[in-house]
Write a protein that binds this ligand. Structure first.
Ligand code: FES
Length: 322
């Protein structure tokens, strides 16, 4: 796995509780290219692993710019960056990864962003604007002071609709924006779990491959009370970690292992395909949907352990010994 040593070349406030961090290759030189929607996985000096989306123009090869919101109930990732990161500091990160890529075949794009979820969408907006594509952005924030890139986005005129909860007296009604769909339109959504849930429901009439989500798994715990029963293991469910004392939502698009990693819970792994048993984890409660290739029929029936890289939950909550 490629690891990059990056140097902080600038840190500045972009909005209330939102910092923009500009990074360059330590020692100079070009960086690995990225596409809009990509993120970096950082190994913070305090030992935490965090993922931050790239916000800048995808054609820039000399810098990465990530936006970091201060999480109200975070576990030290955003706090570290807000309090301790300074110009000249160094960070180790992965090469850019992209689980939220723009589909070039889309006829048009409807972006729905909530709060700090605007960060991956900024690089998408830049791409669409540069290439003359048809796009709109609906951007919800608690108030204008917390809206990152407010001035930049205002310059796009009526392509961008701002929704501020304090002015509207209510949260964004995402379904209203999704009620009608033009042929070939794709939806891209990033924000708090309730917003993503509303978009998922509102876009139920879209073809599934036309609706895309980027999860900020570190904030997913806000949705615990709403986590539905997964049933088949295909959907979202909750994992409670006995030793770490964490409750985390595992979205349909992520594995348990990915969610644990994103929240700083170290789990040994190797294949990430259910083949090697390295990530085997003791199950304390819940019904597992086993998807590995290593457990015997008897072990599956007992279900005392599971491979968290591939297996999921049939019950709404799974309690693991981690
Ligand atoms: S990492 Fe190999 S089985 Fe999970």
């Amino acid at each position: 796995m490629t690891r990059l040593l990056l140097e902080v070349s600038d840190v500045r406030a972009e909005a209330l509780d939102v910092l923009l961090v500009e990074l360059r290759a330590a020692g100079g030189g070009p960086l690995e290219p990225f596409e809009p929607g990509a993120h970096l996985e950082f190994e913070l000096p305090n030992g935490l692993i965090r993922h931050y989306s790239l916000t800048n123009d995808w054609r820039e090869r000399d810098r990465y710019v990530v936006g970091v919101g201060r999480a109200a109930n975070g576990r030290g990732g955003s706090d570290f960056i807000h309090q301790s990161l300074r110009r000249g500091g160094r960070l180790t990160a992965s090469a850019p990864r992209n689980n939220f890529a723009l589909d070039p075949a889309a006829a048009s794009y409807l972006f729905v962003a909530g709060g700090i979820g605007v960060t991956p969408i900024m690089s998408m907006v830049r791409r669409c604007a540069a290439e003359g594509r048809d796009w709109r952005l609906v951007y919800a924030a608690r108030n204008a002071q917390r809206a990152a890139f407010y001035e930049t986005l205002r310059a796009f005129g009526d392509r961008v609709h701002f929704h501020f909860d304090d002015q509207a007296g209510a949260v964004l009604d995402a379904r209203r924006w999704l009620a009608t769909r033009s042929e070939g339109q794709h939806v891209y959504c990033c924000g708090p779990q309730p917003l993503m849930r509303a978009v998922r429901e509102g876009a139920a009439h879209y073809p599934p491959d036309c609706v895309h989500f980027e999860y900020f798994v570190g904030t997913a715990a806000k949705a615990l009370a709403e986590a539905p029963a997964a049933g088949t293991g295909e959907g979202e469910f909750r994992v409670d970690l006995k030793r770490s004392k964490l409750s985390l939502v595992v979205p349909a698009e992520l594995s348990i292992l990915e969610v644990l990693e994103a929240n700083g819970v170290k789990v040994p792994f190797s294949c990430r395909e259910g083949l090697c048993r390295t990530c085997e984890t003791t199950v304390c409660e819940g019904e597992v949907e086993h998807r590995d290739y290593v457990l015997s029929a008897a072990e599956r029936a007992e279900s005392k352990t599971m491979m968290v890289c591939v297996s999921r939950s049939r019950s709404a909550v799974l309690v693991l010994d981690r």
